[in-house]
Design a protein around this ligand. Structure first.
Ligand code: MN
Length: 251
């Protein structure tokens, strides 16, 4: 199995290294990832600048291709310009920080996998729900398990998997839940600060609402110590509303 790996934390992040090492058990790995931190770029692509690609080394060995673009750029580049064979699987991650609820829309990690699915390749995003003291081991092992399933079981056209793990040792993880995306809102706010020159700047931060009434959500699975696997899709049409919209005076 040919596997293309990307992320949004950059090619030198800890998470992508753990993922690439683990996925070598499931197939041939090619890493094409942003040369810098690109979190929260969503599905952006680069069209007004060239994409520079350099070989990246880690621990003294060739690790992959660092590109001056976004995760979506990297997946396109990997498939259309760098890999000799079309990949059988695209995996994006392991992200430092969960990608649940509406975060999926901003996530470069999820968009890397979405790009793979748009190009017709089975794809998944993998994220670890913490920003502190990450242990990527259980996430990397779980990614291998999912990759092996994906090699055997087809996903519907236009569907990808969004995988999130709690930051717990393998023995403390309670199990795996197949979930839906939480509808819980992220409340963000801006910290107002002053720079050394006396100018005001703002830094966005925030958190999820403390309660999510939806028992089947990704957010609740993670909060309860479970791995969350959500099938997501990128057709944004509201099919239920189509016929009502036909009734508007638009024609
Ligand atoms: Mn990230």
């Amino acid at each position: 199995m040919e596997i293309l790996i990307t992320n949004d934390d950059g090619i030198y992040a800890e998470g992508i290294y753990a993922l690439a090492v683990a996925l070598k058990k499931a197939g041939n790995v090619t890493v094409v990832a942003p040369d810098t931190q690109r979190s929260a770029v969503g599905h952006a692509i680069t069209i007004t600048d060239p994409l520079r690609v350099t070989e990246a080394r880690r621990n003294g060995k060739f690790f992959g291709y660092a590109a001056s673009g976004t995760p979506a750029d990297c997946v396109k580049l990997g498939i259309k310009a760098i890999m000799k064979k079309r990949p059988d699987l695209v995996v994006s991650g392991i992200n430092l920080g969960g990608n649940q609820a509406y975060n999926i829309l901003y996530s470069g990690t999820v968009s890397g996998a979405t790009e793979g699915a748009l190009l017709g390749i089975p794809s998944m995003a993998v994220s670890l729900d913490t920003f502190k003291n990450p242990d990527f081991g259980p996430s990397a092992e779980f990614a291998v398990k999912v990759a092996r399933q994906m090699a055997r079981r087809p996903l519907p056209k236009g569907t990808l998997l969004n995988v999130n793990l709690p930051n717990l040792p393998a023995k403390k993880i309670k199990g795996v839940r197949v979930t839906n995306q939480s509808r819980t809102c992220f409340n963000d706010w801006f910290e107002k600060r002053t720079d050394p020159h006396g100018n005001t700047y703002y830094w966005m931060t925030g958190d999820y609402e403390p309660k999510d009434a939806d028992k089947a959500s990704d957010l609740n699975a993670l909060r309860a110590g479970y791995v969350s696997v959500t099938p997501i899709q990128f057709d944004l049409t509201d099919y239920k509303f189509l016929s009502e919209l036909e009734g508007w005076d638009l024609h």
